[in-house]
Design a protein around this ligand. Structure first.
Ligand code: MN
Length: 516
């Protein structure tokens, strides 16, 4: 068999930029009996459907603007385009702006096909009338592909359903089955329009103000188990961050409105590279250790490069997405970040039931799992539509005192911490481990100006040499368990939390699990 012509395919694309597959030099040999077909739903400047039939080791392709119809009376224009390599059959993703065919492309249907009769395929194509039998997930039965003339170089064909048992004028397959057969994704996004990119946009902080405040998860002992309703995300141990992107400028805020762009300039620069007019992305800034797990300590000490892990999209080009279900927000987020710059990644969804997801998180040394209701809107409060289960017991605590080091040097021996409660703070323990030498010195020096005469927390013990402090600094502490008198057992310092307010450091208690 002669090979299909992949010259035009290669000439139209820059494989360093588009995620589409480059053609292999040798197409794998296949038997005529199991030729494959695929239909891409391709949201380029105009949404269309690309029918691709395997011929001679390549995919002969037709762009069908309105897509196939099961009604034999409806004849759809199909414009023949360049042959695509066989590997293209499994391509799903976003072709970047400025590249040939830029926009989202889903694998809308796939399966095998044969000509009727099978040995006539080449002759039928030559003659300009193919009768094909499709065995797809959405397209079944016999279909005609008929060349309409030679005026336009013979590229115009018509695609229509043959009158057989599969024909069904009442079934609008394009409207009723919009999803990808690979991933189930439904929404697609065309290329970002130049007019939108060039238009004037508000300051990025204005976008953040419009969607403020962020949504928070409820701590639970047991995750909800219905995997058809819930998605399970890895819980990252870092700084919660919301990014406003507007006309190429970026604002990056913590939960309490602290400017994180100053602290993480590399992430702000990376976000500037996302091609969009306006967007607000919710996520977590974390640093990944060599074992692949994010560690708050690494972020705190700058020992690994920080990464922005995106998990939600609240605003896109003038549209407030918060009332849309999470499922749709996530699909648009995946499209937005499909070719994101280094330093910006999607937060991973663990494709497993709740208990298994938790095991995976434990094996990987992750902090926990957040279950999110796929149908839920984004609300600016703590909600049970997001439920977090922690594998590590950690708590944000207010620094209310310190003890000097036994070494006699100007450094701390321990931090004395408290949690917020009605009308003030309650002492919660003495944190003596987890510090580097440098942190011990820096904390002593940094906290000295806040020294006061007497304890600012209730229930504070008498401790020799203790310096009590105004409750201003917040730190994250890992510990074994709560004692009966409300102290942390074996607490260890993880880092300061400039993004947290002291009065919000309430003792985290799991909500009563739903009975199931
Ligand atoms: Mn196309």
């Amino acid at each position: 068999m002669a090979g299909g012509d992949l010259g035009a395919y290669g000439r139209k694309r820059r494989f360093g930029r588009t995620p589409e597959p480059a053609p292999l030099r040798e197409a794998p040999a296949r038997t005529a009996a199991e030729r494959r077909f695929v239909v891409h739903k391709h949201h380029a400047r105009r949404l269309h459907y690309d029918l691709r039939l395997e011929f001679d080791g390549a995919l002969a392709s037709w762009a069908v603007p309105k897509g196939p119809s099961y009604d034999p009376a409806v004849k759809r224009l199909a414009v023949q385009t360049e042959d695509h390599p066989l590997e293209y059959a499994s391509f799903e993703g976003r072709i970047p702006e400025g590249e040939y065919g830029g926009g989202d492309s889903l694998v809308w249907d796939r399966g095998s096909w044969s000509a009727v009769p099978p040995e006539e395929a080449d002759r039928q194509r030559e003659r300009g009338h193919l009768l094909v039998e499709l065995h797809g997930e959405k397209l079944h039965g016999r279909w005609h592909l008929v060349r309409t003339g030679r005026g336009d170089g013979g590229r115009s064909w018509l695609l229509f359903k043959a009158k057989d048992e599969a024909a069904d004028p009442a079934f609008d397959v394009v409207a009723e089955r919009p999803e990808s057969v690979l991933t189930g994704r439904r929404l697609t996004r065309g290329p970002e329009r130049r007019a939108v990119l060039r238009a004037s946009h508000p300051a990025p902080r204005r976008l953040l103000e419009r969607v403020w405040p962020p949504m928070l998860a409820t701590l639970v002992e047991r995750l909800p188990g219905d995997a058809s309703r819930w998605q399970y995300e890895l819980k990252l141990d870092g700084f919660r961050a919301l990014a406003g992107l507007s006309g190429g400028r970026v604002a990056l805020w913590s939960r309490n409105g602290l400017d994180l762009a100053e602290r993480f300039p590399g992430i702000a620069r990376a976000l500037e590279g996302v091609v969009v007019g306006e967007a607000v992305v919710d996520g977590e800034i974390a640093a990944i250790g060599r074992d692949g797990a994010p560690r708050f300590e690494l972020l705190q000490r700058g020992e690994a490069p920080p990464v922005f892990f995106a998990f939600d999209l609240l605003w896109l080009d003038g549209e407030d997405l918060r009332r849309r279900p999470l499922r749709e927000r996530r699909e648009l987020l995946e499209s937005l970040l499909a070719n994101a710059p280094e330093g910006v990644r999607l937060c991973e969804i663990v494709g497993a039931p709740a208990e298994r997801a938790l095991e995976i998180a434990r094996d990987e040394g992750q902090e926990g799992i957040v279950a999110k209701d796929r149908a839920s809107p984004y609300v600016g409060t703590r909600s049970t539509a997001w439920q977090k289960r922690k594998l590590v017991r950690s708590q944000e605590a207010v620094v209310v005192g310190m003890t000097p080091s036994a070494s006699g040097r100007a450094e701390i021996g321990a931090l004395l911490v408290a949690v917020a409660e009605e009308g003030g703070f309650r002492y919660a323990g003495k944190v003596g481990t987890g510090f580097s030498e440098q942190e011990r010195r820096a904390l002593w020096e940094g906290l000295l100006p806040a020294v006061v005469d007497s304890p600012t927390a209730r229930d504070a013990p008498r401790l020799r040499g203790a310096r009590w402090l105004l409750p201003a600094a917040v730190c994250e502490v890992r510990f074994a368990e709560w004692t009966r008198d409300g102290r942390m057992r074996h607490p260890s310092f993880l880092g300061l939390r400039p993004d947290e307010a002291p009065e919000e450091c309430v003792r985290e208690r799991p909500a009563a699990g739903e009975a199931r």
